[in-house]
Design a protein around this ligand. Sequence first.
Ligand code: SAM
Ligand code: SF4
Length: 345
Amino acid sequence: MGTAALILGKDNVRMIDSSGRKLDYLRISVTDRCNLNCVYCMPEKERENRAGDYMTDQEIFLAAEAMAELGVRHIRITGGEPLVRRDCWKLVGGLKALPGIETVTMTTNGVLLAKHLKKLKESGIDGLNISLDTRDRACYQKITGQDEAETVEQAIRLACAMNIPVKINAVSYDFAQDRMGGNRKETEPWWLSAASLAQELPVDVRFIEMMPLGYGKKFPTVSHQQLLKELEQFFPGMKPDRRCHGQGPAVYYQVPGFKGSLGLISAIHEKFCSRCNRMRLTAQGFLKPCLAYPDGVDLRPLLKREKKEELKEAVRKAASIKPSAHCFENPQEMREQRNMIEIGG
Ligand code: SAM
Ligand code: SF4
């Protein structure tokens, strides 16, 4: 275990962990409820097991303010499904108004997005990551439990039309193996319908290796070394895209004729922990410095007592125990029992 140094400069506050990483990115889960039941995240039987007792808006702002004072510059709102939280859009404006915060983005399954887009845009949202593993209706329904693929696709098109930067998240998992292939032709690769969105729209479609958290353990990831080979064969002329696409770990590729890029987030087969800049706050106010381990610091009592200086000390403590790398490749080392929906993916 190391210590998190706080480097103070004239206009520059930064939190550097013991591995030399700058921690400037916070993912805030605002609920652990969801309107979908993705098989790898929250299958139907988990629906009743929600913890509740979510941070209030004021507690979220206080946590973010304390962390902005320690150098956090970018915030992503996630969940569960953030848009099932009442007036979730209000969080965007409130977080953006905090001194030091440069971007506020959201990850959503997109089902309720269309009706919230206007308010999100007016609140200054800097980008949306919208999850859509497949555009095949039957296959989407098997994965998520709901027939909403077209609703999500419409919301994606609407967000693009409103000039909100959009990225698509698709989990790398060959659905056909579990007879979840839907109407997809046997010969069609599992990734094609999601990837083709980047042909039609100016969106980055990113494939994310399935991580062995909670129900995700039951659905082994497709290796991205394998996926890259398949993509290169299918799209001759595909080449690395070195333009900056944001704060995250995705590696991007350009395909001739595509409006957007394809991205690979290869948490298992190409660990990017040495570049990890993030911490995660659960909907109940537990600050996790690493996705893979259960360790962290419970900020909730301090949030309730509105103790900002003590909060900052607690944040520094969490940063100081950030491990140098995850352990997803060693299942015997996995101590985290939470599901992705309880952490905030
Ligand atoms: N409900 C929102 C959504 O689906 O976009 C936000 C929360 S969800 C947990 C965030 C992202 O995590 C989604 O893109 C989802 O596909 C992804 N995810 C869920 N479980 C995962 C797992 N075991 N491994 C990798 N990604 C996962
Ligand atoms: Fe809900 Fe997102 Fe989890 Fe699917 S991945 S169950 S949409 S929180």
